[in-house]
Design a protein around this ligand. Structure first.
Ligand code: SF4
Ligand code: SF4
Length: 351
């Protein structure tokens, strides 16, 4: 894969109203212990079902003999916030070490830690680098994150840059960087970036914050389902959550594709290859996912219309995708999962 976006744990120290996932929020006491334990128990099994190599071919960069360049993919470890205590020590650090070991003999992997920024300290950065992090992606310095409004985010950004410089890190992109050189980047929920229209998901949806329209095809871009089936090639990315559920996009479909607690990621993806609905998603055309099931593009567009909790008419292809999953694709996914399960256990297909 070029990229796996792995949400390690539901815990976060914030409860932002624009968040795409209701479960990202503060937990305390037994509830915190439950989400941390879920994350730490599931991580080894989930990682064991990641691809055997994170190398991928990039057809946009061919060598003199016409062979696509081979590049190193990345695994983005995200939350919630992975630096929340005790997620950081009980889940994040062991996961970094485990991933570093997992890919040591198969071409390596770029390990990216995504965090909101205000929990970062010098000792934590040292610990992250010691456990094998290649890149820190600071994603919460913007006016949308509680407590970051106004000057605070600018001061924190300056402090973090000074800290990273002292640690010998360099500014760079999350996608690539010189081997052995740790880097950092900032991206915010600023109107010119992903926050612009806001995904119609989680608390953002419940708070009627998305201003997306039918013209905003979140599927046909990075973080969407575009390219998810083409594992081994550039542009392939899937999202995985702390339960092991796999999704073709970070927005998450109404039904996951399968579970990495049960089976390898590539087995799941290969079982979907050639299926018209999943190929349509992988092509960034969710409006075509129902064509072979009697849903015309117009039917899909009609199913994409809804009303926001505050009473506004709203339409987006992700809503149509949810309805198609609920009415049609969910049972198809269940059936494919059962076929794979039987094949793993050597059980003859049902007559
Ligand atoms: S937007 Fe980020 S910081 Fe805010 S609640 Fe969601 S995961 Fe946490
Ligand atoms: S249309 Fe479906 S698969 Fe595509 S980004 Fe939206 S929820 Fe994900």
């Amino acid at each position: 894969m070029e990229s796996i976006y792995y949400v390690l744990c539901w815990a976060c120290h914030r409860r932002c109203k624009h968040c795409y996932e209701d479960r990202f929020r503060p937990y305390t006491g037994a509830a915190l212990e439950a989400v941390v334990r879920e994350a730490e128990e599931n991580a080894p099994r989930i990682i064991s079902h990641f691809p055997d190599t994170m190398l991928f071919r990039d057809a946009a960069a061919v060598g003199p003999d016409g062979t696509p360049a081979v590049r190193r993919g990345r695994i983005i470890l995200a939350g919630g916030d992975v630096l929340v205590d005790p997620v950081r020590d009980r889940v994040l650090m062991p996961t970094l070490s485990r991933l570093r070991a997992r890919y040591a003999d198969s071409g390596g992997v770029r390990l990216v830690v995504q965090t909101t920024g205000d929990l970062v300290t010098g000792p934590i950065v040292e610990d992250l680098l010691r456990h094998g992090a290649d890149h820190l992606s600071i994603s919460g310095l913007d006016d949308f994150h509680t407590g970051m409004q106004g000057d605070r985010k600018d001061r924190l950004r300056a402090d973090l840059m000074a800290l990273f410089d002292r640690m010998g890190m360099v500014p760079g992109g999350a996608a690539d960087g010189p081997p052995g050189q740790a880097s950092y980047s900032f991206f915010g929920a600023t109107p010119d970036q992903w926050i612009g229209k806001i995904w119609p998901r989680g608390r953002a949806r419940d708070n009627s914050l998305s201003t997306a329209t039918l013209a905003d095809n979140f599927c046909n871009r990075w973080s969407g389902a575009l390219g998810f089936l083409r594992h081994g090639q550039a542009g392939s990315e899937v999202a995985v959550d702390p339960t092991g559920a796999v999704y073709p996009c970070c927005l998450k479909t109404a039904t996951p594709l399968g579970s990495l607690l049960e089976e390898p990621l590539t087995a799941i993806l290969d079982s979907l290859a050639g299926h018209p609905a999943f190929e349509a998603l992988s092509a960034g055309r969710p409006d075509r996912m129902g064509l072979t099931f009697g849903w015309s593009v117009e039917d899909f567009v009609q199913a994409s219309k809804t009303t926001t909790p505050d009473g506004r008419p709203f339409a987006n292809l992700c809503i149509g995708c949810d309805r198609f999953h609920e009415r049609v694709l969910g049972p198809v996914i269940d059936s494919l999962r059962e076929i794979r399960r039987r094949a793993r256990h050597g059980v003859q297909p049902a007559a």
